[in-house]
Ligand binder design. Structure first.
Ligand code: 6MZ
Ligand code: ZN
Length: 346
């Protein structure tokens, strides 16, 4: 990256609303994990997709399985979460919503409850150290695990919603989009919504999920991720577009979609469609470790691919504040930060 350009994007205050914990583990942290578990014989090319490389979405999901082998104890989660939070902060992210699927591991004694507690501990530790970032946590449902696990996950999240002092604020629905059907998860998602958990859903990440998209959009969620195949030009429908416009949601992950091959190239990314319409979009990383990127890089790619000047980029990063799940008082504080940091645009 050109040095001067690099500085602008790095210093740009940013909001990250779509980051999976285990997909966000950096090369450096993976290195520590590999060294602590040599018997697994895991190499870096099994945990990240390098520049210029692409994989099928299915292959991407194999990568997560490898990372899960490396991150299987309370100690690992604490390290991974702390490192990820500090890396986002170093990249200029001022507000971060991390999402992660609680796992239990019999061999290390890890339970789902302990998993969530440990992520919370990492957030609190970073706060105590004065790391300049506000972090919230979304408990993720992996769609592969079916309706019962989804319901249990929501129940667990409800407990933390009440006890985590505002840190656990919502539910994420994620996992391999080609596995299972959203229909089976509606009762759990509905329950989450009713109990005050914010709802962020991966939606229309792959083609031909009309029924599911329809059902999920009608819940309705508070936010959606990807939405690659929503608009008619991509096999979706005007009806979907109208619903998205009405609710004003759209979260986009450029490199994730290109490297996972659900989008052919940056030029053809659906960012163009929504941005041209004047619809608010929020640029996010998804999995900065697996896709070897960071949020500064994603903003720069958007700028160069779609011809956005610095003022337009600033507006994009500021607008993201309106879509965070934390309360209004936090939005106001963030807007104040942006005002203080705003450069002069010639
Ligand atoms: C590429 N697009 C994507 N689509 C859907 N789900 C994804 C994803 N990227 C990541 N995840 C979800 O996040 C998990 C890893 O982080 P955690 O172990 O939860 O912290 C993956 O196993 C998958 O369930
Ligand atoms: Zn995602």
């Amino acid at each position: 990256m050109d040095k001067e350009v690099d500085v602008f994007y790095r210093e740009l205050p940013k909001v990250e609303l779509h980051a999976h914990l285990n997909g966000s583990v950096s090369f450096q942290t993976i290195e520590k994990l590999i060294c602590s578990k040599p018997q697994l014989n895991i190499k870096h090319n099994m945990t990240a997709i390098a520049k210029g490389q692409r994989r099928t979405l299915d292959e991407c999901f194999q990568v997560f399985k490898v990372i899960h082998q490396l991150v299987d104890s309370e100690e690992d989660i604490l390290m991974v979460a702390t490192d990820v939070i500090k890396e986002f902060a170093a990249d200029g992210v001022k507000y971060l919503e991390l999402r992660s699927t609680p796992r239990e591991e019999a061999t290390t004694g890890l339970s789902k409850r302990k998993y969530i507690e440990t992520v919370i501990q990492a957030i609190q530790q970073c706060k105590k150290e004065g790391v300049d970032i506000d972090v919230r946590f979304l408990v993720a449902i992996d769609r592969r695990n079916g309706s019962q696990v989804a319901m249990e996950t929501v129940q667990l999240a409800e407990e933390f919603l009440l006890s985590s002092d505002g840190l656990v604020i919502g539910i994420d629905l994620s996992g391999d989009p080609t596995v299972g059907h959203g229909r089976d998860l509606i009762p759990a998602l509905q329950r989450a919504k009713n109990s005050g958990l914010k709802l962020s859903l991966h939606l229309s990440e792959v083609l031909s999920q009309h029924d599911e998209t329809d059902l999920l959009l009608d819940i309705p969620p508070d936010r959606i991720g990807h939405g690659t195949f929503l608009h008619p030009e991509m096999g979706g429908s005007q009806n979907f577009v109208d619903k998205v416009v009405q609710k004003k949601y759209h979260l986009l992950c450029l490199t994730s979609n290109v490297k996972g091959q659900t989008v052919q190239c940056y030029d053809e990314h659906h960012f163009k469609y929504w941005y041209k319409m004047g619809h608010p979009v929020v640029i996010c990383t998804d999995d900065k470790g697996v896709f070897a990127t960071d949020l500064s890089q994603e903003y720069k790619i958007a700028a160069t691919t779609f011809g956005l000047d610095r003022e337009a980029i600033w507006k994009l990063s500021k607008q993201a504040i309106d879509y965070i799940f934390a309360p209004d008082s936090v939005k106001q504080q963030l807007k104040q930060r942006w005002r203080e940091l705003q450069p002069e645009f010639k």
